[in-house]
Write a protein that binds this ligand. Sequence first.
Ligand code: ADP
Length: 392
Amino acid sequence: MTRKHILVLNSGSSSVKYRLLSMGEEPAKGAEAGEAVRLASGTVERIGEAGSPVADHGQALRAVADELERVGFGLDSEELIAIGHRVVHGGTAFTEPTLITDRVVEKIKKLVPLAPLHNPANVEGIQVARRLRPDLPQVGVFDTAFHCTIPEAAATYAIDRATAERYGIRRYGFHGTSHAYVSREAARLADRPDPNVIVLHLGNGASVSAVAAGRCVETSMGMTPLEGLVMGTRSGDVDPGVLVHLRREARMRTEEVDGLLNRRSGLLGLCGDNDMRAVERRVAEGDPDAELALSVYCHRIRKYVGAYYAVLGTVDVIAFTAGVGENSALVRERALAGLEALGIALDPGLNAAGKGLISADGSRVKVAVIPTDEELEIARQTLEVVSRNGRG
Ligand code: ADP
């Protein structure tokens, strides 16, 4: 079996995360995970910060290349068949992983107004990587793509249609790579074919999706990653009238409103800590602010589970993933307690252990903890595109 190496790059504004994977043969649809072997991984941080040795993404990628060389898998190695890039916003233009060309880069640049914090760094990473290995196929894997199947009724905001169209205002959804990976893994736990799955991705950012027979039909993040669940520093849902009120009464400028909702809200805004571990410690000590933060956080999850239950009609699996979802038994317990009438019951012991199935024996809806693996999913999708194009 020939090994095929794929380099996955996740270029953020101040960091580049990388992972080099050896993929073997192309995985068949629904094949077992684990056929990919991790050869190297790491993060180059503090790009462009004062006093940092890494001035820009060019230097960051050269650092990645040096590190790969050091461990014996230089960028010029024969096995390396492609680079897969995480791209946050694909708008309506990109509904699947896409082979990068000049035209594709231009299109991603056009989407910068929709994701001003993320897409510029993603483009930067792509351009630098193309300069380093112009001959190598590069593939963009979009965070929004998995959500392109959401029906119009769920994707449309009830605002003036001309305005919405002119400014690209609709639900795009994010974390799609994670929702795709976890919903597929979760579906295997169901007793019936084409199951309905609710995926709770609870990391620093958090989102929930409803997936029917492998197709995403709803997700909580919207035009931007601000909508939906309570997050580390983001508010999630607020009455849109609040923004108008803050502009009018508090005379807040756009940047201030942006800073408030994106960086000073969520768990941090409610109790001063954005890390769930710290919140949990304080809750155990009886701290009322932390208690409120945790209750708001869990209440929001419960509300979405109920809403998506109704959207799907019936639910087979609820899957928890990402930093909080994989590690916080307390959040899982508080979010789903008392839902036996909906067929949802956790097994306290299994929930505390937090691996695989955590629902009680008789629970009609299976509940599971499924570690996400966005890099592996990006590598798989990249391999698929390259194979389809006869380049691998
Ligand atoms: P990102 O969205 O940055 O990828 P992660 O998915 O790694 O984030 O999630 C990070 C968050 O997970 C941390 O901010 C922390 O709140 C939470 N977390 C990590 N480990 C634990 C734990 N053992 N218990 C509770 N929460 C945890």
